[in-house]
Design a protein around this ligand. Sequence first.
Ligand code: SF4
Ligand code: SF4
Length: 131
Amino acid sequence: MAGIAIITEACIDVKDRACVDVCPVQCIYEFDPQKNILFSEEQAGSGEIENSHTPSPEAVAIFGDSILYVNIDECTSCTACYQPDVCPVGAIYADEHVPDGSSLKAYNREDPNKGHDHTFFIQHSRDVFAD
Ligand code: SF4
Ligand code: SF4
């Protein structure tokens, strides 16, 4: 399905959760290393867990809790989180617009990592959820 949201490396250590607050289905997850769960909140920072999943140990070890993860099976492609005024660093894309580093791809001008191959994160978003 086109339009699924993918979070890429510009989110690393920014993680301000602006995307979480606009997602209507709470499908953007954070990793809790102490509890070893991926959890989503009704509102960012509310402390009220809406959904949780078990992470894949190998996949979650790559970025740990430095980045957020979209569950692409739950994302409805509503487009809210990748509107240009949401993510302060341009880290989140529709899957068909994730930059692959080629000159033919449109980049998000706000993305400090533009030019890098971010298609890695499409598969990683799938791999990180073990259940
Ligand atoms: S596209 Fe919509 S449903 Fe999917 S992660 Fe973004 S806000 Fe949530
Ligand atoms: S993807 Fe963007 S809006 Fe969402 S937490 Fe990361 S930096 Fe913030």
